[in-house]
Design a protein around this ligand. Structure first.
Ligand code: AMP
Length: 217
């Protein structure tokens, strides 16, 4: 049984890796971002509450987030192990998780931290362009249009979403770096942090994380 927390900045491939790892090891993948989005789409009270914060780009308050996560990991499908993606994001969340697990006589086993050089993250996150006419999505690195900034399908000029513009991306990285680094220190002090090289092919990164989990479990 493995109980782990996956860390990584936006663009590091955390979501992709969490899905690959959870299928490879039959671990339950728990993403608090997905849980909030599902609750918002279902229109539950929790969802409506969370939506307010999410739309501003703020963190949902700890009381709400911790309660939701602890309830989720107490479900029967989490008994065989889980991989948390997007939680904890604050130190109170990390210690609430530790306390809840300690009360059941368990703990977080390992914390892989996917590391990618910042320039590469900027390229990945600012490379997305879309067509305002037919909504086709391009990426300057992974899916470039045949003619620069022109849609292949309808020849309209491509546009960049506000979220993907360099200043916005930089601000998002700065905020995320702050909490990610403080959590990395927290888990480092417990001897659980494992640095993972997040460059190269996704399969190679998956293999590196699996090796880390195997070395722990
Ligand atoms: P994500 O998909 O992980 O980027 O999460 C989307 C949004 O959900 C975030 O911007 C927050 O508003 C909220 N959220 C997700 N996880 C947490 C968390 N652990 N603590 C507080 N807010 C969260």
């Amino acid at each position: 049984m493995v109980q782990c927390v996956l860390l990584g900045l936006p663009g590091a491939g955390k979501g992709t890796q969490a899905s690959s790892i959870s299928s490879a090891r039959e671990l339950l993948h728990i993403s608090t971002g997905d849980m909030f989005r599902e609750a918002a789409a279902a229109g539950t009270e929790l969802g409506l509450q969370a939506q307010e914060y999410m739309s501003r780009g703020d963190l949902v308050p700890d009381e709400v987030t911790i309660g939701m996560l602890l309830e989720r990991i107490s479900q029967p499908d989490a008994i065989a192990g889980f991989m948390l993606d997007g939680f904890p994001r604050t130190l109170p969340q990390a210690s609430a998780l530790d306390e809840a697990l300690a009360a059941q006589g368990t703990e977080i086993d390992t914390v892989p931290y996917i590391r990618v050089p910042e320039e590469l993250l900027m390229d990945r996150l600012t490379g997305r362009w879309s067509c305002p006419e037919c909504s086709d999505i391009y990426h300057t690195v992974t899916r470039p249009p045949k003619v620069e900034q022109i849609c292949d399908s309808c020849l309209s000029s491509l546009v960049q979403r506000a979220d993907d513009q360099p200043d916005t991306v930089k601000a998002r990285l700065d905020t995320n770096r702050e909490w990610t680094e403080s959590l990395a220190e927290y888990y480092e002090s417990q001897g659980k942090l494992r640095l993972i090289d997040g460059t190269g092919a996704p399969e190679d990164i998956t293999r590196r994380i699996l090796e880390t989990l195997d070395a722990t479990g």
